[in-house]
Design a protein around this ligand. Structure first.
Ligand SMILES: [Fe+2]
Ligand SMILES: [Fe+2]
Length: 304
């Protein structure tokens, strides 16, 4: 297909690229030329047809979109917008990076983190609330935003400097980016995966690593975390069954596990309270899967 769909909620972000609509005969016809904005009133009343952007304009369009989403996020943080709105705005940015075929959307994320830092309240309470709050977004988006919020909460608690914290935040935002390459049926399910499906699901670790290496020049830790966040210190993890993981992979892997148990309400497994989750993870620590020091530090971070 030479054209891709514009989400109706995002039409206002595009100026430099032309829009097309599809005629009854299936032909793509120009709807708005490059440089024009859509009529705001019509957009508000959603009176536009289904709109498309040409694939040849994809990179420009994605850049414009992610810049617009970052501006929106910044505006909400600056104006002290509602927490739910802030979380959704961050979710909108993450969603683009997790959309299949949109690898370059990742490139907007360092700016997102920058905006977060510049507009963060001094005592970092926003981050704590964001981590606790549930939104109605799709589950990978929600999961990624939660993991990122918990990671930032931990970095602030450990009083890491801004440079270190940024790397951790980027690792968290992109740890599951490889999921974009998986078949949707493996991701949007609340059922337990079969053995075969789980094997296919595991491919997201290597896929994410390769996507990051290929499309960005981010700190190498970001690609490492995508590859290693399901590895465990007792070598029981995947994809390689190694126990020599970097600190970033250990932390994000730990938080990934904590988030999944605490927040997700799968049909075969009810979401658990933080206390119960920590109790369960403690057993994993005793079994040698996670570092006891990390467990202790994260527990104090949550219960401080
Ligand atoms: Fe993962
Ligand atoms: Fe994850």
């Amino acid at each position: 297909m030479d054209y891709f769909t514009v989400r109706p909620s995002q039409t206002q972000f595009f100026k430099t690229v032309p829009f097309y609509y599809q005629s009854e005969e299936g032909e793509f016809l120009l709807y708005k030329k490059a440089g024009d904005m859509l009529d705001a009133e019509r957009t508000e009343n959603t009176r536009h047809p289904h709109l498309f952007i040409s694939n040849k304009d994809k990179d420009t369009a994605l850049k414009e979109l992610t810049t617009g989403l970052n501006r929106e996020f910044e505006r909400l943080l600056r104006q002290g917008g509602g927490l739910l709105e802030i979380k959704q705005a961050l979710g909108n940015i993450v969603r683009e990076a997790l959309t299949p075929g949109q690898e370059t959307a990742m490139l907007a994320l360092p700016e997102t983190i920058d905006i977060l830092f510049k507009n963060m309240d001094q005592d970092h309470t926003t981050m704590e609330y964001l981590a606790q709050m549930a939104t109605a977004s799709e589950f990978m988006v929600e999961h990624t935003v939660n993991v990122t919020a918990l990671t930032l909460q931990y970095c602030f608690f450990k009083k890491m400097n801004e440079g270190e914290t940024s790397v951790y935040a980027l690792c968290a935002l992109l740890h599951d980016v490889g999921v974009a390459t998986l078949d949707k049926s493996l991701v949007n399910t609340t059922e337990r995966l079969t053995e075969k499906q789980f094997q296919r699901y595991q491919a997201h670790a290597e896929a994410g690593h390769d996507m990051i290496i290929l499309n960005t020049d981010f700190n190498i830790a970001v690609a490492n975390v995508a590859l290693e966040h399901h590895e465990r210190l007792d070598k029981s993890g995947y994809p390689n069954g190694i126990n020599t993981l970097c600190m970033e992979s250990q932390l994000i892997g730990f938080i990934d596990c904590y988030e999944a148990l605490t927040y997700r309400d799968k049909t075969f497994r009810k979401a658990k309270t933080p206390f119960k989750t920590l109790h369960l993870i403690k057993e994993e620590v005793i079994a040698g899967k996670f570092s006891p020091r990390l467990f202790k530090a994260f527990t104090s971070c949550l219960t401080r």
